[in-house]
Write a new protein. Structure first.
Length: 386
């Protein structure tokens, strides 16, 4: 086709460019509209789906709500269980509080009894031991778990019960209780407790077995050797008893009773010098004990040391003026020393103050002997004057 000669090429290009721009614009608008329609569609879809889920949940909830009786019953049962647990908890706390109070009173009474026993006040100590025993017997009603919460085991409870029965001299009960736990626990304190109970019941061989077991658990404890010495003393095996007492001293046991017992054994075997050493040691540890002075007076009297003997007797009398044996010993010493007037004064004081003294007949015979000796002495003096 022929192009007109007067055709405007420049205008044609501009029109073509505008046409392309319009096409692109229309395409973009179409894309935007389609995208908008898609987004709206998606939002509608999600909204409808969530609505469906809500309806499903509502249906489920409605189904649960349709059974109100089952839920109520379950709640009531749970409430009852919770109340029961709470009641039990309160009861347990109250029971343990009571048990704790009982234990405190038991310990306090026992400690008071031991204090009185140390002072030699047996009747007063027994009163508190019996009181403590009553409290400990109350604790026997509690379970093992409850006792553990009080920080005391069943075995510890039985150990204390045996100790208290021992202290009030109910040995059979003490024996029965300690035997129920001693071999189970296998503890030094329990073995010693059993041994002491058997000493009290004079079953010395059984006592010895428990002290031997105690020594195996603690070979360094000299107290165990002391008790073994006591057993051999009761069995009249003095040489073994002395060995045990000496071993106890080597292991650090130093008390007046130990030296006193050892001194007695030496005196029974006529070893008076060793006996004197032991009683002197006992006196160092217990200087206010009139008995040690009295015994030392006896030992020196036997060894023919009247002046030393007199000093010991007078010291014993100074410590205790209510002991008839001291007056008797002084009266006898002065009689042997031919100090008749002094002897007579001591023996007459003895008869006046202690008419129930078990050797009163011997005292009266000594007084008759003194009277005869005084007469003889006076007659001899008159003869010499003539």
């Amino acid at each position: 086709m022929a192009i007109p000669r007067n055709f405007d090429y420049k205008n044609y290009d501009n029109l073509r460019q505008k046409s392309e721009i319009l096409k692109k614009r229309d395409l973009f608008l179409n894309i935007v509209i389609i995208s908008f329609i898609l987004i709206i569609s998606l939002l509608l879809y999600w909204a409808l789906r969530d609505n469906k889920n809500i309806k499903t949940v509502e249906k489920k909830l409605n189904k649960t709500v349709t059974k109100p009786q089952i839920d109520k019953k379950a709640l009531e049962e749970k409430k009852k269980k919770d109340e029961e647990i709470y009641r039990k908890k309160l009861a347990k706390e109250k029971r343990l509080k009571t048990a704790s109070t009982i234990l405190g009173k038991a310990i306090k009474a026992k400690e008071k009894g031991e204090q009185y026993l140390e002072k030699g006040l047996v009747s007063e100590s027994n009163t508190f031991f019996k009181e403590s025993l009553g409290f400990y017997l109350e604790l026997k009603k509690y379970s093992h778990e409850e006792l553990l919460e009080l920080k005391i085991t069943r075995e510890e409870l039985f150990y204390n019960l045996a100790s208290l029965f021992f202290n009030i001299n109910e040995i059979d009960k003490a024996k029965e209780i300690i035997l129920s736990v001693v071999d189970e626990v296998r503890d030094k304190r329990y073995f010693i407790s059993a041994g002491c109970i058997f000493i009290k019941s004079k079953e010395y061989d059984r006592a010895l077995k428990y002290f031997e077991k105690a020594e195996k658990t603690d070979p360094k404890d000299g107290k165990i050797n002391y008790y073994q010495g006591v057993i051999y003393s009761e069995k009249k095996d003095y040489s073994k008893a002395i060995i045990q007492f000496a071993t106890a001293i080597k292991k650090g046991q130093k008390n007046a009773n130990l030296y006193s017992n050892m001194g007695l054994l030496y005196s029974l075997t006529a070893n008076y010098e060793e006996s004197e050493k032991c009683y002197s040691k006992a006196l160092e540890l217990d200087s206010g004990n009139w008995q040690y002075y009295n015994i030392l007076g006896n030992l020196n009297f036997i060894m023919g040391k009247p002046d030393k003997s007199r000093d010991y007797y007078l010291k014993a009398l100074e410590l205790s003026k209510n002991i008839p044996e001291i007056y008797y010993n002084l009266g006898t010493l002065e009689l042997e020393s031919e100090n008749y007037k002094i002897s007579k004064d001591y023996l007459k004081t003895l008869i006046t103050r202690f008419p129930e003294f078990d050797m009163i007949k011997d005292v009266k015979n000594k007084l008759l002997k003194i009277e005869e000796s005084i007469k003889k002495s006076a007659a001899k003096k008159n003869d010499n004057n003539d």
